[in-house]
Design a protein around this ligand. Structure first.
Ligand code: FAD
Length: 410
């Protein structure tokens, strides 16, 4: 998608940081509700494109289809994906019509084009959000800055969870021989004849195991509990009143957090992935070590010597940490100055936002995993993006919102 001709305005009415599925969902919903906002908002993403990180992640892990069903997508018309897939039904996977990766990406490209959003992403990374009077000064990676009246943070950024034993490694080792899953791109790896240890029991572990095996590696999957099989990240009851009613009725936010943790309950694979993994175990390509953890490891110069909690010792060429991410607003660099200017309560890394997902005291809105206390366990998912829009859009489109032309903010 071309970004030629896009200029950084001096003043912006609404700045959206990030151009992933959450930002795209917000923008289409805003335009539907408030068409005049076109021309008054700006989206920033270093890629200069919509959906770049999403596409990169799916391609890097060779993921054939989404985990979420066809109703979850960035278009305000909830049937948009089904309609788009009318002539492509083979790209909806059982159970519950999970969209194929290409189908979903094509739908998003169609949404971007139908809503005339192709040239709306400015290729800059925001490096600072500096509160100034009632506005924000946004600073960019190229040294420029601009003033924004309202900001929506939709960066999807989270901290990588790295097990303690990684910090205890005494010897130097090549970074690509031990890395977090987010750093892996299966497309560029030669793995024939290698032994790979994958740590963690989520769906990413499954994709990585299947991908490595398809490249003729032998895989060892180590999970600190038993392999869990679940259709979705969290039960569908979390998308509606069945569970959300009780969730919102709970005023003790520590208890809300416990409900979120219980609902997501660590990583899990889909039943289809579970079946694929068991087949690879039968074929001799995969070992699954449940209730087991790494105790100690040593880099021997060409491979790893790994001591496990069950007393076994193994050698591996590579170790991949499929140990997930953690949302912690207190360590998000972009929010440092916002915190200083507008201190708000934080419950174990999650900010206490108002019902519009707004940071108390200022016009900063937060989407994604950071909004979990107000959205529930699916905040980071596509369904969470829709729920976030239902809260943010009325605040931005409300009568007191006086639209000001770009370059003309008072
Ligand atoms: C492999 C994988 C598969 C998933 N599959 C599903 C699924 O099937 N269904 C589902 O519901 N959920 C799924 N998820 C969870 C979730 O929907 C995705 O993580 C989704 O990409 C989150 O969207 P997002 O817009 O919040 O973040 P992202 O997709 O990460 O987009 C955020 C964008 O912000 C940009 N950005 C970051 N920092 C800055 C900055 N400082 N300045 C400007 N721009 C910035 C990034 O470049 C990025 O493009 C999956 C997650 C992963 C990792």
């Amino acid at each position: 998608m071309e970004t030629v001709g896009l200029q950084l305005p001096d003043k912006i009415n609404l700045a959206v940081i990030g151009a992933g599925p959450h930002a795209l969902t917000l923008v289409t919903h805003l335009l539907k509700k408030h068409p005049k906002i076109r021309g008054r908002f700006v989206v920033f993403d270093p890629s200069g494109k919509w959906m770049s990180r999403w596409q990169q992640q799916f391609a890097a892990f060779n993921i054939p289809h989404l985990r979420s069903p066809a109703v979850h997508h960035p278009d305000p018309n909830r049937f948009a994906l089904r309609k788009f897939a009318e002539s492509r039904s083979s790209e909806l996977f059982p159970p519950y019509d999970l969209p194929g990766t290409k189908l979903f990406e094509d739908l998003c490209a169609d949404v971007i084009s139908r809503w005339d959003l192709n040239d709306r992403v400015i290729p800059l990374a925001v490096t600072r959000i500096q509160p100034v009077a009632n506005h924000f000064r946004l600073w960019f990676d190229d040294g420029q800055s601009t003033i924004a009246r309202r900001v929506v943070l939709a960066t999807g950024n989270a901290n990588l969870q790295i097990p303690n034993w990684v910090e205890e490694i005494e010897s130097e080792y090549p970074q690509d021989r031990l890395c977090h899953s987010s750093k892996i791109d299966l497309r560029s790896l030669q793995l024939a004849g290698e032994k790979v240890l994958i740590v963690g029991g989520g769906l990413t572990s499954g994709h990585l195991a299947v991908g490595a095996i398809s490249k003729d590696a032998k895989v060892h999957l180590m999970i600190r509990r038993q392999l869990q099989e679940k259709l979705f990240d969290a039960e569908p009851g979390w998308l509606g009143p069945k569970y959300l009613k009780g969730f919102f009725a709970e005023s003790d936010l520590e208890k809300r957090l416990a409900m979120i943790q219980q609902a997501r309950n660590g990583g899990s694979v889909t039943p289809a992935m579970g079946m694929q993994l068991r087949r690879e175990v039968r074929n001799g390509n995969l070992t699954i070590d449940e209730n087991c953890q790494v105790v100690k490891l040593e880099w021997l110069g060409n491979n790893w010597l790994v001591e496990c909690s069950d007393g076994n010792i193994h050698e591996f060429n590579r170790i991949w940490l499929s140990t997930g991410t953690k949302f912690d607003v207190t360590t998000e660099p972009l929010l440092e100055e916002v915190f200083a200017a507008y201190p708000i309560p934080v419950i174990k890394g999650l900010p206490v936002l108002d019902t519009y997902l707004r940071w108390h005291g200022c016009e900063l809105f937060i989407m994604g995993g950071f909004a979990a206390l107000q959205i529930g366990p699916t905040a980071r998912n596509l369904s969470g993006a829709l729920m976030a829009c239902e809260k943010i859009v009325p605040a931005i489109a409300k009568p007191s919102f006086v639209p000001i032309e770009t370059n003309n903010v008072s």
